[in-house]
Design a protein around this ligand. Structure first.
Ligand code: NAD
Ligand code: ZN
Length: 248
């Protein structure tokens, strides 16, 4: 890794008044969670139709066991990696205002980040589709499926967005506001293909933010809005940036 690029990125972050992070599935790859697309991805093994809203409502007895296996048995065991940890430390020490994440795995929050705009929701909560009753997933017995609401017997779904659902309004609005205020935007582990999420870094760029990207591959942002591309894995590069960012 080019040392001057790392130093340049670190000094931008240190001098920023309003640094934000935008994260995608790539930040959780080193925690053992595969991305949806590409090599070793989730959709190579499972049919994405289980997360189609209409299909889920029609065939919950088929969707729910697969959802439990992927998102609760498997994701549930994952731990934050260095990328999540350094972002949480940056926030604690006043070097980061927020994380806008496309991820639903709750790992930013487990690492200690407080201001997280969950663009696609979060698997940590379950919500009743009829009465809106919301509860914490670890408190719910997932052994009898499909899951029905204890108040109204309505169908319960994970509180992340399925195909065919709208982006949660507040997260969307808060993410746009953060992007317009940011003077540095750290984009990590995102292809830039998923819309409208990919609008967020573009909005930051349009409003003058310096754009730092961490990704082992080229994305739709690289060569377009990215100013500094740190090419590599999120956890590894955040480990290299950490001593530079927090140096006196
Ligand atoms: P994505 O846009 O999130 O892309 C994944 C990106 O991560 C790719 O550009 C890839 O090059 C990069 N990457 C791979 N390993 C990396 C590493 N170690 N460090 C940094 N970057 C790395 O695309 P997707 O996977 O198709 O996801 C689609 C949507 O589903 C996104 O909104 C995504 O956030 C969500 N999703 C979330 C999770 C999760 O919650 N952990 C997992 C899969 C998908
Ligand atoms: Zn209910």
């Amino acid at each position: 890794m080019d040392k001057t690029k790392l130093e340049e990125a670190a000094s931008l972050i240190k001098e920023a008044k309003n640094c934000m992070a935008f994260t995608g599935a790539g930040v959780s790859v080193e925690s053992g969670i595969p991305p949806f697309r590409g090599e070793n991805s989730l959709w190579e093994r499972y049919d994405p139709v289980i997360l189609d809203l209409k299909y889920f409502q029609q065939y919950p007895e088929e969707s729910w066991p697969v959802i439990r296996e992927i998102f609760y048995d498997f994701y549930g065991k994952a731990q934050p990696n260095k990328a999540h940890q350094v972002l949480a430390r940056m926030e604690q020490e006043g070097l980061l205002t927020c994380v806008v994440t496309q991820n639903i795995d709750n790992l930013h929050q487990v690492a200690g980040s407080k201001v997280v705009h969950e663009f696609h929701g979060n698997l940590h909560y379950l919500v009743c589709m009829d009465c809106g009753f919301r509860q914490s997933a670890p408190e719910v017995d997932l052994s009898v499926l499909p899951l029905l609401c204890k108040h109204c017997r309505g169908l319960v779904k994970p509180d992340f967005i399925f195909f065919g659902e709208q982006i949660p309004e507040k997260a969307y609005a808060d993410s746009l506001t953060a992007a317009r205020k940011a003077d540095v935007c750290l984009v990590m582990g995102s292809t830039g293909e998923v819309m409208p999420a990919a609008m967020i870094p573009r909005e930051a760029h349009r409003h003058g933010a310096a754009m730092i990207e961490i990704n082992p591959e080229l994305s739709h942002f690289t060569g377009d809005i990215t100013h500094i591309h740190l090419r590599g894995k999120a956890g590894e590069l955040m480990s290299l940036l950490e001593p530079l960012i927090f140096a006196e």
